[in-house]
Design a protein around this ligand. Sequence first.
Ligand code: AMP
Length: 177
Amino acid sequence: MDADSLELLRAGLRDVPDFPKPGIVFKDVMPLLANPKLMKLAMLALEETAGGQRVDKVVGIDARGFIFAAVVADHLGAGFISVRKKGKLPGRTIGTSYDLEYGSASVEMQADAISPGDRVMIVDDVLATGGTAAAALSLIAELGGEVVAASFFIELGFLDGRARLPAGVPVHSIIVV
Ligand code: AMP
């Protein structure tokens, strides 16, 4: 991704102060998704983080992660899997709880979503404290998936979320703030 494209992507983001709680600066990707050129650029940038490797499944995290992950999965010829908030997925699920930047959460994945040995990429819009991604990675590990990339459109560098992710997981972010 060239510097001009990155600058366009940066400019497409909107900071919303004090949302959803005082003190949080919410990184709003909706203006970017509403612009077809920027959306295409963003998806291309994320897709490139796979580095041409074979990917069997792309895991998206509830809820904006679904948008990014589903498009990336389609481009990579991979399946799409969702990690959802507790109680949303039917059938047999596995789950875990964790703390996040604002509050705490429990997430689940369908137990048959990933087969042992699947090459898995996870995609989300924002890496903040890393709790959500770490939870998703633990569910993937429980099902025997091999994580080839954990890719985020935005990384909040000052929170050092990547330190919370297991060693050996290749972490990529397009825009670091
Ligand atoms: P975390 O578990 O702290 O890394 O939080 C990541 C999840 O929360 C992602 O799914 C994000 O969509 C959301 N999130 C956390 N902080 C922010 C933020 N400042 N702006 C937008 N989304 C955020």
